[in-house]
Write a protein that binds this ligand. Sequence first.
Ligand SMILES: Nc1nc2c(ncn2[C@@H]2O[C@H](COP(=O)(O)OP(=O)(O)OP(=O)(O)O)[C@@H](O)[C@H]2O)c(=O)[nH]1
Length: 333
Amino acid sequence: MIDLELLQHAVMDSRDGIAIADARAEDLPLIFVNPAFERMTGYSHDEVLGRNCRFLQNGRIDPESRAEMRAALRKGQGFSKVVTNYRKDDTPFWNELSISPIHTERGAVTHFIGFQKDVTQRLLVDEELRARNRDLESAKKALEELVTLDALTGVYNRRHFDDRMESLWKISSRTGESMAIFFIDIDYFKTFNDHFGHQAGDEALIQVAQTLAESFQRGSDFLARYGGEEFVVVACGMDQEPARYFAERLCERVRELDFDNPDTESGRLTISVGYTVVTPHGGLNAQTVIERADQALFEAKKAGRDRACEATGSTHGWAPARRSYEVSRRSNS
Ligand SMILES: Nc1nc2c(ncn2[C@@H]2O[C@H](COP(=O)(O)OP(=O)(O)OP(=O)(O)O)[C@@H](O)[C@H]2O)c(=O)[nH]1
């Protein structure tokens, strides 16, 4: 049997608080606390003797922990949990509490022995680490957005489009799914800027981008700002007929934004759309298809703007009363 004096040293010198309650007396009064308990709680041995340990909750009882603890103790079982306790001076601390019953040989519970560890510092460090991780995560997200999103309009930028187009192309090549690519350019945007100012131009770009984003909302659709006043949309799994409909609808929706633009036929801000629908295969590459859609955009400009033109050469969409359009000043964006 281990030396009693040694056991006494272990209890009295323990860095964790130890408290013993009498399980046979009413309301489980404390009959012993060690010096670490006194240091941790600020209460002296004499102050706590005969009292139920609930004084550590200082009246602010966590009903859930209390119910759990009561249920365990009633059944003569152990209990462990991190609970909020209060020192004598009312400062809170997190107590990693572990209570074990002491049984007689016949199984009756005579005492409960509680081990208390002040884990406040550890939890604060954990919380600090979690907060830092959260900060890092949001910094990472902000950085990713900075790299992939266009700062003005919030849609993807050209760089991200180039990466994504390559992977979408590969996926569609494997699945044999069709793909529609739309190039969209605001008409006479230089005039708009000259007339209303660069800030109004920025606002118009934001509104146009938003309109395009609202028009293409499927998860497989991908919108990016390709250059100054030029956008590109890739819609995977879209066939020719819906592509034609979408392209025409885009022209309509931008017109309906109702921005004035003195140089266009309708007097409103309009766009031209060039698009192509392809089924990726080995003999075709993404770049060729992009050029094809871009060429269709050029045709739409040449044919009078505010319209959609498919890469085959057919034009669709709202046809303004003709006037002698100048040959398209090809956007240098
Ligand atoms: N406000 C604003 N204007 C921009 C931005 N990026 C490009 N632009 C303007 O867009 C205009 C594009 O002009 P052009 O390439 O001549 O084309 P356009 O006047 O739209 O004529 P078409 O495309 O031929 O119909 C230029 O005046 C650019 O300064 C931007 O971020 N904000």
